[in-house]
Design a binder for this molecule. Structure first.
Ligand SMILES: [Zn+2]
Length: 303
């Protein structure tokens, strides 16, 4: 994460009325008359972050995701509309840890002054260098919530108590999610808690819930790259040798790769996890639903 992101001017005022529609589940958008309080317009890079931040913001702010549902943050290219949104925004919430590779170019094109909150600030990667997929361990999301709460409070000090109350309530939900996952994965025999994914996305999940990530060949392919024939042959050999019962791909990943792997290994391929984006409606329309859906797919394939 380039340091220059952190020296942008902090604005403490200028709350603007909410005029945009959103797919978020903001409780303020119930069709009732406009709330008496002005609302802060804020942006988050991804749909997961926008959902988490909206839970903290409650009715005092409207959080919109820059990336549309289904877009791959690893290969996203920003649009002119994104530049306009960022230019007029007072707050931008990013995952950080190098996740948003599109962000430098976007910020160079955008004017204005904003506060940038790095949701993963304070979370040191205890895993592969630079793995940015912290949110796949709910305990890391508790840190996200705290960083987002601080950022919102900075911009809207009058909302401090409300943000604190919202954050506490959401943290309780996230803790319940963590406990639920611990119970669910008990269905998987210890020897089958093996994960092959297409890139290093499930490291924090694996560490928290007692899985082992195997299949290094797969990990070398980011979601915007495809293997060569030689790499594919190596991959097939490694998958067969790993004894992993299943391979897990994100719904946004290369489907041809998944089909080839399934054909040539006979290993079950679960190709519709949602690790990098929410979905419009079920099964992953919120961060918590996304995690539950993924866990159910993983447990079903490995138990
Ligand atoms: Zn990823």
């Amino acid at each position: 994460m380039p340091r220059h992101l952190f020296i942008l001017t902090i604005f403490l005022v200028a709350l603007s009325a909410c005029g945009r529609n959103s797919a978020s589940s903001s409780p303020s958008e119930t069709g009732s008359p406009a709330p008496a309080k002005p609302q802060l317009e804020a942006l988050a890079t991804t749909s997961m972050l926008a959902d988490i931040a909206q839970h903290v913001a409650g009715k005092r702010a409207h959080i919109e995701s820059i990336l549309p549902v289904g877009a791959d943050p690893h290969s996203y290219q920003h649009t002119p509309q994104d530049v306009a949104k960022v230019t007029s925004s007072k707050l931008l919430i990013v995952n950080g840890a190098g996740y948003e590779r599109f962000l430098n170019a976007l910020l160079e094109n955008a004017g204005g002054e904003m506060e940038i909150v790095t949701a993963s600030a304070g979370l040191a990667s205890g895993l592969e260098a630079g793995d940015p997929h912290f949110w796949l361990d709910p305990n890391n999301v508790i840190v996200y919530v705290e960083n987002i709460r601080e950022g919102l409070t900075h911009l809207d000090p009058a909302g401090a108590a409300e943000f604190k109350s919202n954050a506490d309530a959401y943290v309780a939900e996230v803790q319940a999610l963590d406990a639920w996952i611990v119970e669910q994965v008990k269905q998987i025999p210890a020897g089958r808690k093996l994960l092959i994914t297409n890139h290093e996305s499930l490291g924090y999940f694996a560490k928290r819930f007692g899985f082992t990530v195997v299949g290094s060949a797969l990990e070398s392919f980011s979601s915007d790259a495809s293997p060569s024939a030689q790499q594919m042959a190596t991959l097939i050999d490694e998958i067969k040798a790993s004894n992993a019962p299943a391979i897990f791909l994100d719904a946004g990943d290369n489907p041809i790769l998944a089909e080839q792997i399934a054909d040539e290994t006979g290993v079950r391929v679960v190709a519709d996890l949602h690790l990098e984006s929410l979905t419009d409606g079920p099964p992953a329309s919120t961060y918590i639903d996304m995690m539950k859906y993924n866990v159910m797919q993983i447990v079903d394939a490995l138990k």
